[in-house]
Design a protein around this ligand. Structure first.
Ligand code: SF4
Ligand code: SF4
Length: 447
C-alpha cells in the first residue's frame, strides 16, 4: 500500500448529527423511482410509459448519445408516474412496487469464467445489465465511454464528507464480493487503484489484498480525483475512470447472480433527522421512507451537503446518491449576529469562537448574510486539495477567459464544494467552476 498525504482540505468531524454505524433494514416502500434529471450530461430517451409493467432490471430509459448505455428499473411493478420538469426534462419515473416483484434475468459469470472472458464481452454484459452508468470518467465526471480503455480506474472507499455512509457498514460481510468487483475492473484496465483512509484500520485490515493506496487527510482526501491528482505521472492519466466503493459491490453482485442489484446502504444524518444511522434499503427509495414524520422547516439534501442537491421531502434517492441529510432551514437573520461570538456555529472562519470548540456543533442552512464580492482572502486556495487558485480560476470563467481558467487547473477541480463552503463572501465558486467545466465539455466534445 502506498501512503498519500493530502495536506489541504477540511475536517467535518465536529458537525452534529453524524449517522451512527448501526444499520437498520426498513420495510419495503410502496414506490421507488429513477431520476434521469440527476444524471449529468445524459440525454434520456424513455423506453416505458405510464401503466407499463416492469421487472427489477427492465430498461426504463437509455442515453440518446449512446443507446447502449441503459438505465434499469430499481423495482418490479407498474410505472405509476412519469414527471417532467421545465423543457420536458424527465425528472422522475415512479414505479409502484408489486408485492412479489419480478426480476429480469441476465447471464451470470463465475470467478473462473470472469478470468477467461474477453474484455469486449464483459463490457457488453455490463451495458446490457444497466451497470455501465456506475463507472464514470475524469475529468468531466460523465459516464465512461464503453469504447475506450482507460489508463486506470480509481475506487473510492472514504466517507470524509459529513454524513456519508461508512465503508465498514456497506462492506460488512462483503469482502469476497468486493474482491470479485476489483477483478471485474482489472479486466477493464491493468491499473486499478483502491484508496482507503488511514484512520479506518478495520477497512484497511479487511481489504488489505485490494487496497493499493492509503490516504491521510481531511475531506476530500477520499475523492478519487484527489488520489489521481497526487499520483499521476502524465496528463494522459487525466482520462482515468472511477467508481464508488459501494458500486463495486453492485457490479460484482450483478455478474455473480445475473440479477440487477438494487440494495443500497444509505446514511441518514443531520440534526433534524429522526434516526441518524445507516439504512440498508434500495436504489430509488423515497426520502420520506428513511425520515418519516419530518415536518416544518427542514431541508432534505440528497448526496451530501457539499456535493448533493436540495431535494423535496416527497422526492426519491437517485442512482448515485447514498446519503440523506436533514438540516433546519433557519433563514432568519440573527439580531446583532455580527457581534455574537459564534461558539456553536460550525465554520471554517477563525473569527468564530467555535474554532476552539471541540464538541459536536449543530449545523443549519443559514448562510448568515448575502453574497458579496470576493475579498481575495485566499481561504478557498488554502483548502483546495488539488492546488487550484479558485479565486483566480472563477474570475477567469466569469470574464470568459476559458484558456486562462484551464491554465489555473480548471480540469483538475474535483468539484468538492469546499471553496464555496469556506468563502466568507459566499461566492458559489464550485458551482461556477463546475458549470464552466460542463460547458467546456459540451462545446469542445473533448473526453
Ligand atoms: S476549486 Fe474545485 S477542487 Fe478546489 S476546492 Fe473548489 S471545488 Fe474543490
Ligand atoms: S474564499 Fe471567497 S472571498 Fe476568499 S479568495 Fe476565495 S473566492 Fe475570494
Amino acid at each position: 500500500m502506498i501512503a498519500i498525504k493530502v495536506k489541504k482540505g477540511y475536517d467535518f468531524k465536529n458537525i452534529a448529527g453524524q449517522p451512527a454505524l448501526e444499520a437498520e433494514k426498513p420495510g419495503k416502500p410502496a414506490c421507488v423511482a429513477a431520476l434521469p434529471e440527476k444524471i449529468p450530461f445524459i440525454k434520456p430517451r424513455l423506453r416505458v410509459e405510464v401503466g407499463d409493467s416492469v421487472k427489477i432490471g427492465s430498461v426504463l430509459f437509455e442515453d440518446r448519445r449512446n443507446p447502449a448505455v441503459r438505465f434499469m428499473s430499481p423495482g418490479g411493478g407498474e410505472i405509476a408516474q412519469i414527471n417532467f420538469g421545465p423543457r420536458r426534462i424527465i425528472k422522475e419515473i415512479v414505479i409502484r412496487l408489486a408485492e412479489n416483484e419480478a426480476q429480469a434475468e441476465f447471464d451470470a459469470l463465475s470467478e473462473k469464467a470472469l478470468e477467461q472472458i474477453e474484455r469486449d464481452k464483459l463490457v457488453a454484459m455490463l451495458l446490457d445489465g444497466g451497470m455501465w452508468p456506475l463507472i464514470k470518467a475524469f475529468p468531466f465526471r460523465d459516464i465512461a465511454d464503453p469504447a475506450a480503455v482507460p489508463p486506470a480506474i480509481f475506487v473510492s472507499l472514504g466517507a470524509k464528507e459529513a454524513f456519508q455512509p461508512a465503508p465498514e457498514v456497506y462492506l460488512n460481510g462483503k469482502k469476497n464480493l468486493f474482491g470479485y468487483g476489483i477483478k471485474i475492473l482489472q479486466k477493464l484496465t491493468q491499473n486499478v487503484y483502491a484508496g482507503a483512509a488511514a484512520d479506518n484500520p478495520n477497512v484497511l485490515k479487511e481489504l488489505r489484498e485490494n487496497i493499493t493506496h492509503v490516504f491521510k487527510g481531511a475531506y476530500p482526501a477520499d475523492d478519487p480525483g484527489v488520489l489521481l491528482y497526487h499520483i499521476k505521472q502524465s496528463s494522459s492519466e487525466n482520462r482515468s475512470w472511477y467508481i464508488a466503493g459501494q458500486d463495486v459491490l453492485l457490479l460484482a453482485q450483478f455478474l455473480m447472480t445475473g440479477a440487477y442489484p438494487v440494495e443500497r446502504t444509505v446514511a441518514v444524518g443531520g440534526t433534524s433527522a429522526p434516526k441518524k444511522k445507516h439504512f440498508i434499503t434500495r436504489i430509488g427509495v423515497p426520502l420520506a421512507h428513511l425520515a418519516p414524520g419530518v415536518n416544518g422547516d427542514v431541508r432534505f439534501t440528497a448526496g451530501g451537503i457539499l456535493r448533493g442537491y436540495a431535494a423535496s421531502k416527497d422526492g426519491y434517492l437517485g442512482l448515485y446518491e447514498t446519503s440523506v441529510t436533514l438540516l433546519p432551514e433557519s433563514g432568519e437573520k440573527e439580531l446583532f449576529g455580527f457581534a455574537r461570538p459564534g461558539f456553536e456555529k460550525p465554520s471554517y472562519s477563525r473569527a468564530f469562537l467555535s474554532f476552539f470548540n471541540t464538541s459536536a456543533l449543530p449545523a443549519n442552512c443559514n448562510l448568515h448574510g448575502d453574497g458579496r464580492a470576493c475579498i481575495n482572502c485566499g481561504a478557498c486556495a488554502e483548502v483546495c486539495p488539488v492546488d487550484i487558485l479558485p479565486q483566480f480560476a472563477f474570475k477567469c470563467v466569469l470574464a470568459d477567459e476559458v484558456e486562462e481558467s484551464l491554465q489555473h487547473g480548471l480540469l483538475d477541480c474535483v468539484e468538492c464544494g469546499l471553496c464555496s463552503y469556506v468563502c466568507p463572501s459566499k461566492v458559489e465558486v464550485c458551482t461556477i467552476l463546475k458549470k464552466a467545466k460542463a460547458a467546456y465539455y459540451k462545446e469542445t466534445g473533448v473526453k
